[in-house]
Design a protein around this ligand. Structure first.
Ligand code: 13P
Length: 247
């Protein structure tokens, strides 16, 4: 990997005005980082996040967007709106959305397409459940999830960020070993390589119980280009330590 590591905090449905202010101030105070750093926050907090980070090199984004341009879609938020709030990134296809909101591979791909159309970088999440891993279906599942996005985006696929997040490692404290994660990342890189000549320039992030004590070993793998951090991104000291583990 020749490019900089990318470390993204996914706050999920956490935060409050005072907690956000403290956390964002600590992330800013922890600079400079060798890695590129971003936080993906709940929609209502985009405005204050933009204010806190706009004079810095830390970027921000959202955790989902609509696959529709605009219209009668109560409760949804469009990619164009996110762009107005200065978002650089938007997570799409997180396993929590696939599982609790029945998001299909194609819907995730459509969201990624809409994000790119509005100059956002989609962070497309893929990953297998524990049952799928135990049934030896890991490769087939992540390939299927990825191929819907490749098919929908065509040559624009090189503009996305991919996040491999094994569902069994999310919020469980059970991290994939660096070797396990590297195996899937290499598979994804190969699949992307067949679709774009720029696959080596793309970021493939690992997510799932990344902590300060395992971050460096994960990021040192050849095909792991950074991390998507859940729980540890809410603790200022932990998130800063993980960002410092990036290169
Ligand atoms: P944890 O870091 O809490 O396991 O969450 C990972 C994740 O889902 C990031 O999107």
């Amino acid at each position: 990997m020749s490019h900089r590591t990318l470390i993204v905090g996914n706050w999920k449905m956490h935060g409050s005005h005072p907690a956000n202010a403290e956390l964002l101030a600590a992330i800013v105070a922890g600079r400079p980082y060798l890695a590129d750093v971003a936080v993906c926050v709940p929609f209502p907090y985009l405005s204050e996040t933009a204010v806190a980070l706009s004079a810095t090199d830390i970027r921000w984004g959202a955790q989902d967007c609509s696959a529709h341009e605009q219209g009668a879609y109560t409760g949804e938020v469009s990619a164009a709106m996110l762009h107005e709030f200065g978002c650089r990134f938007v997570i799409v296809g997180h396993s929590e959305r696939r599982a609790y909101h029945a998001e299909s591979d194609q819907l995730v791909a459509d969201k990624a397409r809409m994000a790119l159309k509005h100059n956002l970088t989609p962070i497309v999440c893929v990953g297998e459940t524990l049952a799928e891993r135990e049934a030896d279906q890991t490769d087939a599942v992540v390939k299927r999830q990825m191929s819907a996005v490749i098919h929908t985006l065509g040559h624009c696929i090189s503009q996305i960020v991919v996040a491999y997040e094994p569902v069994w490692a999310i919020g469980t404290g059970r991290t994939a070993t660096p070797e396990q994660a590297q195996g899937v990342h290499a598979l994804l890189r190969l699949q992307l390589h067949a679709a774009t000549s720029k696959s080596n320039d793309m970021h493939i992030l690992y997510g799932g119980s990344v902590k300060p004590d395992n971050a460096a070993a994960l990021f040192s793998q050849p095909d792991i280009d950074g991390g998507l951090i859940g729980g540890a991104s809410l603790k200022a000291a932990d998130f800063v330590a993980i960002c410092r583990a990036g290169r």
